[in-house]
Design a binder for this molecule. Structure first.
Ligand code: SF4
Length: 478
């Protein structure tokens, strides 16, 4: 096609990788992923290395976290029933072993291994699909059109079936719908607190919720178990250091070896061991196995060692719950922008000689000290734990005024950090709407609830999903 100034400039500036057809070189892996995502393939000719016919009913959704490249694909092989699962894209079949996918639990749902060439047969049982002779256009042309970010952009034909009716909602009706679904979400969290409080009391249920949230999505269960043991390990007047020693010891996260390279880490570890070895026998029956914890794909700031160090400070502050109650009942309605700051003031730890400077026991000293609690994690704690817990208590005490306070703060809370589930939901449901269209933490929570209620029970082609119908009814009821 004739190239205009923009097209030439785009190629010259490296917006796209220019590949030549006579080139012997392999396509970059991101291009192969983009080809898969956009299905730029000869669909009726797809065959696995062992000759079985492949029908791609849905390519799945690009995964930007650890694990396979695409999640939730729908694929039929020969005349077997269609299967939902993950797809991994590698240049060569040997990549499966070379990248240690075999035996890795995050790859156990892979149903198709997509590769470029078929030079070497796959030595794995997963059906393997080579693409090099099955593109619907020359590689150079695909490279030019799909560009560098091909796999990031979302093809129009992969939008969810609800995206059309959702597009018909005005901004305020969409927010209203998201807020209603958010309300369902926090009420269900509150009901969980209420149920747990009946058995273990409000305070224990609060700490369990807080620890679970500190476990982030990777380590919810060991954190839950650790707090269930709280009545055993918590005693009044323990210092943060003594509590850190107990929590590290009981969690099974205390290293047994010194680094022998970092003096500050070794000195801190010695102080912790000095405390822990004396009381280890007392807790012998409840020490968690280290294998319970997951570290793969964790950001350093979310490492459970660092989270436990933070929790030790909170637990050593005798009146932290009273402070939170004062915060909750104080009149902050005229300063909604100050809501997060006012909570952070209570939950932030001034400084910790070791943990303000290290992500983990073994990491090198940071150049700049880092707060133990960031604004993003604090928002998660507010919308997932603190406000639903206060709301549940207000319901239990039949205090409507405090219920309204909890609801108002929930709806006024600024947006949390973006994440992969929200990004995908904005693409599938809202046609790639920018972050600002889902304004505030409550709207984000509402979107997550819709994913949980509908997308998680359907498949990539939205089979049997009733949400589009719900949106149409909601629109008609205006
Ligand atoms: S499964 Fe339902 S809610 Fe999810 S994208 Fe499809 S139509 Fe929308």
């Amino acid at each position: 096609m004739p190239a205009n100034f923009y097209a030439r400039w785009r190629a010259r500036c490296g917006v796209v990788s220019v590949l030549h057809e006579d080139s012997e070189s392999l396509p970059p892996e991101y291009l192969l992923q983009a080809i898969w995502q956009h299905q730029r393939l000869l669909h009726d000719q797809l065959k696995t290395l062992d000759g079985r016919i492949v029908r791609v009913l849905h390519p799945g959704f690009a995964n930007h976290e650890a694990g396979p490249d695409f999640r939730g694909a729908l694929v039929q092989i020969d005349d077997e029933p269609p299967r939902t699962g993950d797809v991994e894209v590698d240049l060569h079949a040997s990549g499966w072993r070379a990248h240690h996918h075999e035996g890795n639990p995050t790859f156990q749902n892979v149903i198709l291994h997509v590769i470029w060439d078929s030079a070497r047969p796959a030595a794995v049982k997963i059906p393997t699909l080579p693409l090099c002779r099955l593109l619907d256009a020359p590689l150079a042309e695909l490279s030019s059109w799909l560009g560098r970010e091909g796999a990031v952009s979302f093809p129009e034909n992969l939008l969810g079936q609800c995206s059309a009716p959702l597009r018909g909602l005005t901004e305020s009706r969409l927010m209203e719908l998201l807020h209603q679904s958010a309300q369902v979400r926090y009420q269900s969290k509150a009901a969980q607190f209420q149920a747990r409080a009946r058995h273990v009391g409000w305070e224990q249920s609060f700490w369990e919720g807080l620890f679970r949230a500190l476990g982030y999505k990777h380590n919810v269960w060991p954190m839950q178990r650790l707090t269930e043991l709280r009545p055993r390990w918590l005693q009044p007047k323990l210092t943060p250091l003594a509590l850190q020693a107990r929590l590290f010891g009981i969690s099974g996260l205390l290293p047994v070896e010194l680094t022998r390279a970092q003096a500050a880490s070794d000195s801190y570890l010695r102080r912790i061991w000095d405390l822990w070895w004396r009381e280890r026998d007392e807790f012998n029956g409840c020490i968690l196995p280290r294998e319970l914890w997951r570290f793969h794909g964790l950001r350093p700031a979310n490492h459970p060692q660092r989270r436990l160090a933070l929790a030790a400070h909170w637990l050593a502050t005798a009146n932290i719950l009273a402070k939170l109650e004062n915060w909750f009942t104080a009149d902050l309605t005229s300063t909604p922008a100050g809501l997060p700051d006012s909570l952070l003031e209570i939950l932030q730890v001034e400084r910790d000689d070791f943990w303000s400077w290290h992500w983990t026991f073994r990491s090198a000293r940071l150049r700049k000290s880092q707060p133990l609690l960031g604004a993003a994690r604090m928002t998660d704690l507010a919308v997932n734990v603190i406000l639903p817990w206060f709301w549940a208590r207000a319901v239990e005490g039949r205090n409507e005024k405090l219920q309204r306070v909890a609801e108002h703060r929930y709806l006024a809370w600024p947006s949390a950090e973006d994440n992969a589930v929200l990004r995908l939901a904005r693409q599938r449901l809202l046609g790639g709407a920018p972050k600002r269209r889902v304004r505030g933490a409550a709207a984000q929570q509402g979107l997550l609830q819709i994913v949980r209620d509908f997308c998680d029970h359907s498949n990539a082609v939205c089979e049997n999903c009733r949400f589009p119908e719900l949106v149409r009814e909601w629109n008609a009821a205006e």
